[in-house]
Design a protein around this ligand. Structure first.
Ligand code: PMP
Length: 322
């Protein structure tokens, strides 16, 4: 265990990351996880189910990872209960989740974000009291991480979750997302289709489910930055996935197949899902749905249950569509 052998104070074995078992929630922590599984009514995808991560309190899958990483840091004594400083590099969702946890605890929160992140992300971060540093997206993520590392070193006592290397990111999904899918499907899940950003969602969820059933795992990445498929990294239009490198926490031995999705198919499918369900899903959800439908339509998977993860809401991208 990465936090020095300490057990987590809560959440271990609990199918919801932080959700209170009964009664009113005491804090934002207890609202994380326990998201619904939705049947996606797309033509050609009979049993495509999606984990609706927009139902988390800060409206994305990253609430789970942020909560687990922060609790691990608290357990390890890397972060005081209040008055600490958190610095992280994030395309937006992780930063927003961390900013919420920091606001509740009274920590300073500094988020380094590529300058092409949507306006909504910058605004919500500032609303939560976080400081935002924008770095040129053209320079790539490694340069953004280097900037964040420099910043952390300049701030005494600052803690950096480093989501792309932090095993608590994976554990969040091993202990919550995976069990929740297992429970909601009654253990009937044949295929997992999952986008890869840090790889935390795929690695933790696939590992939990593969320990219990014969599962086919499909990783989803942008066609314009198809690194898992052996291609070159590059700029693309599917925020949250396709970081341009394989992170330390991504376990490729769990991946049976990689599907690359174009920016156009991801955006069009996000719109299609939004209109078919009445739920505005984000662009990476569109990519997941496109890949999920393609897989579900294969004769091999006739009658099978294909589960995917919709990481966030389309409301975070409205300004980009103007
Ligand atoms: N989609 C969106 C919108 C995201 O913000 C993220 C997380 N960066 C992902 C997908 C991928 O999740 P993970 O980092 O767990 O691979």
């Amino acid at each position: 265990m990465e936090n020095g052998g300490h057990a987590m104070t809560t959440a271990v074995g609990d199918p919801a990351a932080g959700r209170a078992a009964t009664g009113p929630a005491g804090s934002v922590d207890e609202l994380v996880g326990g998201t619904p599984l939705l049947r996606v009514p797309l033509p050609g995808a009979a049993r495509l189910l999606a984990k609706l991560e927009m139902a988390n309190p800060l409206c994305s899958v990253k609430d789970r990872a942020a909560l687990y990483m922060m609790r691990a840091a608290e357990e390890a004594g890397l972060l005081p209960p209040t008055g600490g400083t958190v610095v992280e590099c994030s395309s937006g969702s992780t930063g927003i989740s961390l900013a919420a946890l920091c606001a509740r605890r009274g920590h300073r929160c500094v988020i380094v974000m590529p300058d092409n992140a949507s306006e909504e992300r910058r605004l919500i971060l500032r609303k939560l009291g976080a400081e935002v540093h924008l770095v040129p997206h053209r320079d790539g993520l490694p340069a953004a991480w280097a900037y964040a590392e420099d910043l952390r070193r300049s701030l005494p006592g600052a803690w950096m979750p480093r989501q792309d290397r932090n095993p608590a990111n994976v554990r969040a999904h091993y202990e919550t997302t995976g069990p929740e899918i297992w429970e909601a499907t009654g253990g009937r899940v044949d295929v997992l289709v999952c986008g890869v950003g840090t790889g935390g969602t795929l690695t933790g969820t696939a590992r939990y489910l593969k320990e219990r059933t014969a599962l086919h795992v499909v990783a989803v990445e942008p066609a314009r930055s198809a690194v898992l498929s052996g291609g070159e990294p590059g700029p693309h239009g599917i925020p949250g996935i396709g970081a341009g490198y394989v992170s330390d926490i991504t376990d490729l031995t769990l991946v049976d197949e990689v599907v690359a999705v174009t920016d156009e198919d991801a955006a069009a499918t996000a719109d299609e899902v939004t209109r078919a369900t009445g739920l505005p899903v984000g662009v990476s959800s569109g990519a997941a749905a496109w890949a999920g439908r393609a897989v579900a339509a294969r004769p091999r998977w006739a009658g099978a249950t294909v589960v995917t993860v919709f990481p966030d809401s389309g409301e975070r991208y409205l300004s980009a569509a103007r």
